[in-house]
Ligand binder design. Structure first.
Ligand code: PLP
Length: 406
């Protein structure tokens, strides 16, 4: 049984008050709170087990290395990867996507070659491709979502031409919550020899992921949204693509030998992990994944689906509220505006007075905002510890905001 009261007691911050009200934390899309086991793991690592990894021969360095390296296997398990060698550890999705741009895309693209993006990508899955556009003349092609915020896989595949080298698409929009059929996109893309990068920053939080079933070439995740520390993350890379990549960052750890005249790189995946990594953050990330897998990824998804349906049914009764993204294929992430209400920032300030933490702004999704004809929305994004009672608190606070601005 998914005991949400018990789960909430695992997260110390959830019992605090904000502005004199119990905290209702609905900003999980930006970053999730941490369970005590993660906090303890981080404290313990610094207090009793800290050292640099890989390079030392002493006891603590071996211990830290073992703990750090064990996380690679946990991530492989979490993502359904065939081997831990398919996992490159990094600081999060932004680093992962930038690495693909520099390590894989840049060496194999010419001016006029194309990358296909959906209009609802996060800036982390846009700006690295703009670098290639600005610096190499690569062409970015955009695929729109429909009025419900859904992305038709066929529309993505229809955009492929003989110059297309990569499709880079989110599995779940951080703004609309839209869940994309990345498996269908990958299947069609591979039939035409096009690689697929999936931005899993939000997707992996809300649904079980199996990268082998999806079949994608790259799948990027970020630890802090998965209830782990900030500064942790990983990218799954299909072995064929890993073999095609050239190192992006140079430095310690990614080499076997360096002389005045040459360098022999380490084997993959370490070839792509230069310098001292986020040792403790990564150890904490592993504990967060254990925590999620312990709860059951299917159970988390089922709980959040209930929250989504409950919230949507409540929002349907608020005829002055416009929820952006109504496709049923969506996670419990809601962007909205209110009739007659001031700027999204004003709404979020009122909600904050009621203890409700939401995000307001463009959510790092400029092209989607342009597509929707909006400059900003409020976003309530739910996580595994949220409850229906918290949906009710949100709705009461929205009613107050509506009354104030009407
Ligand atoms: N992609 C999506 C869909 C996101 O929601 C985010 C973060 O909000 C990112 C990428 C970037 O993640 P990070 O800042 O952890 O690198």
């Amino acid at each position: 049984m998914f005991d949400v009261a018990k789960i909430r007691s695992d997260f110390p911050i959830l019992s605090r008050e904000v502005n004199g009200k119990p905290l209702v934390y609905l900003d999980n899309g930006a970053s999730a709170q941490k369970p005590q086991v993660v906090i303890d793991a981080v404290t313990n690592a610094y207090a009793h087990e800290y050292s640099n990894v890989h390079r030392g021969l002493h006891y603590l360095s071996n211990l830290a290395t073992d703990k750090y390296e064990a996380v690679r296997g946990k991530i492989a398990q979490f993502l359904g990867a065939a081997s831990e060698d398919d996992i490159i550890l990094n600081s999060g999705t932004t680093e992962g996507i930038n690495m693909v741009a520099y390590s894989w895309a840049m060496p194999r693209m010419q001016a006029g070659d194309e990358i296909i993006l959906s209009v609802m990508e996060h800036h982390a899955n846009i700006v690295p491709w703009h670098f290639l556009r600005e610096r190499m003349g690569v062409v970015i092609k955009w695929v729109d979502v429909d009025a419900t915020g859904a992305l038709d896989p066929q529309a993505v595949l229809d955009a492929i031409t003989s110059r297309t080298k990569l499709i880079a698409v989110t599995q779940c929009s951080n703004v609309l919550g839209t869940v994309v059929d990345v498996k269908a996109i990958t299947k069609g893309a591979h039939e035409q020899g096009v690689a697929v990068l999936v931005d899993g920053s939000q997707g992996a939080v809300h649904m079980p992921v199996d990268v082998q079933d999806i079949g994608c070439d790259f799948y990027a995740i970020t630890g802090h949204k998965l209830y782990g520390p900030s500064g942790s993350g990983a990218i799954y890379v299909r072995p064929e693509r890993m073999a095609e990549m050239r190192p992006f960052l140079g430095g310690g750890d990614m080499i076997k030998e360096v002389s005045k005249t040459e360098v022999v790189y380490n084997d993959a995946p370490m070839k792509f992990e230069a310098g001292t990594p986020g040792i403790v953050q990564t150890i904490g990330f592993g504990v967060a994944l254990d925590y999620m897998m312990g709860l059951g990824l299917e159970n988390i998804a089922a709980h959040e689906a209930q929250l989504r349906d409950y919230a949507m049914s409540k929002f349907a009764g608020l005829n002055w509220m416009q929820v952006q993204g109504t496709t049923p294929s969506k996670a419990a992430i809601f962007s909205f505006t209110l009739d007659g209400a001031g700027h999204a920032h004003d709404i979020s300030t009122i909600l904050d007075k009621k203890g409700v933490a939401v995000r307001a702004g463009h959510h790092c999704a400029g092209p989607l905002m342009d597509h929707m004809g909006l400059t900003a929305t409020c976003r309530a994004s739910f996580g595994l510890y949220n409850t229906k009672a918290e949906v009710d608190v949100l709705v009461d606070a929205l009613e107050l905001a509506h009354e104030l601005f009407a």
